[in-house]
Design a protein around this ligand. Structure first.
Ligand code: NAP
Length: 306
């Protein structure tokens, strides 16, 4: 099968940590160019102007956008208007409506749009979904507590409007939840803690229908926690390490304690979608975040500095 040429846009933390290694190791893809104002990848043609890239490189059929959510729409729209397939980092946009607009544009032009959710590719997520498929869920609890200084060092955009604050990691948990639960749930109550000097929450406690709760906190130092525990009529399922490790009734039941499979799986899926002429657009995790920001009770907490 012919390799697909991809341009990677926004060469920052996630591009360098995950996208570049996944692309370089893949037989499906050639990393044909980058576009970034400051970043670059050694040995790969580097552009700083996206319009110029689209004009100069008609051989590049796919654009993968690793920018923060707020600037992403303009790049995605330009790429689709220029006839390129588009892959979006999570969360897929700054608003729900802009992603719907991109979906319509891609569909009208016969192009692929893929709203990726990397945590859904974690090793134990599909086994968890399969195990839950024929069970009655009685309650579920998410604990997603990490240290923002460790995972987003100096990234002030996460605390700017559209940066989503603690929902930037929390939406990963919600992407798993919306994928594994046999029945959908909806948000009924939320408390959001905003640092006095910031625009987005640093912690959130959520309550959903179906006895589902979530505890997101970006102030956890020491051991980090990314757990989802589901009680069912026939036992307890626990997903740990961000969906990579599975336990049933407290005993190991599969998965692998590494996040390194997620991005290779995303690019394999994108190659499949492009070759099949299909799109995959799922906004379910982002709808819960929007609902929390709509319904949430606001509390002001200590100012935050990196
Ligand atoms: P980042 O390093 O802060 O940003 C990525 C790059 O985007 C920056 O290096 C910058 O490159 C470019 N950029 C930033 N603001 C821009 C703007 N206003 N206009 C144009 N370009 C801009 O962020 P990241 O951590 O990689 O996160 C990017 C996306 O990946 C987010 O949606 C995040 O949720 C997701 N993600 C992050 C992680 C993680 O561990 N950090 C994990 C999974 C997913 P130039 O200055 O060179 O243009």
């Amino acid at each position: 099968m012919d390799r697909l040429n991809v341009a990677l846009v926004g060469i920052g933390k996630i591009a360098l940590d995950q996208h570049v290694p996944a692309l370089l190791a893949s037989g499906d893809w050639t990393l044909a160019a980058t576009c970034s104002r400051h970043g670059a990848v050694e040995g790969v043609p580097a552009f700083t102007d996206f319009t110029r890239l689209l004009e100069d490189r008609p051989d590049i059929s796919v654009v993968s956008l690793c920018l923060p959510p707020v600037p992403r729409f303009a790049y995605a729209e330009a790429a689709l208007l220029a006839g390129r397939h588009v892959m979006l980092e999570k969360p897929p946009g700054a608003t729900l409506a802009e992603v719907r607009e991109l979906e319509a544009l891609a569909s009208a032009r016969g192009l692929t749009l893929y709203t990726t959710w990397h945590s859904r590719m974690a090793h134990a997520v599909e086994p968890a979904r399969a195990w839950l498929a024929d069970k009655a869920v009685q309650e579920a609890h998410i604990t997603w507590r990490e240290d923002v200084r460790k995972w987003h060092p100096g990234q002030d955009w996460v605390f700017e409007p559209g940066g989503m604050g603690v929902f930037d990691p929390g939406i990963n948990a919600l992407s798993i939840l919306t994928h594994i639960l046999p029945q959908p749930v909806h948000l009924t109550e939320a408390t959001l803690e905003f640092p006095a000097n910031r625009q987005t929450p640093i912690a959130a406690q959520l309550r959903f229908s179906g006895q589902v709760t979530a505890d997101f906190d970006w102030r956890q130092t020491g051991p980090q926690t990314w757990d989802i525990v589901v009680e069912t009529d026939r036992g307890q399922l626990a997903l740990r390490m961000g969906g990579n490790v599975l336990e049933i009734d407290g005993a190991p039941a599969g998965g692998a304690n590494t996040i390194m499979g997620e991005y290779p799986a995303l690019y394999a899926r994108m190659a499949e979608l492009v070759r099949a002429g299909q799109s995959e657009v799922d906004l379910a995790p982002m709808i819960h975040v929007a609902d929390a920001l709509t319904l949430g009770r606001r509390q002001i907490t200590d100012p935050f500095e990196f």
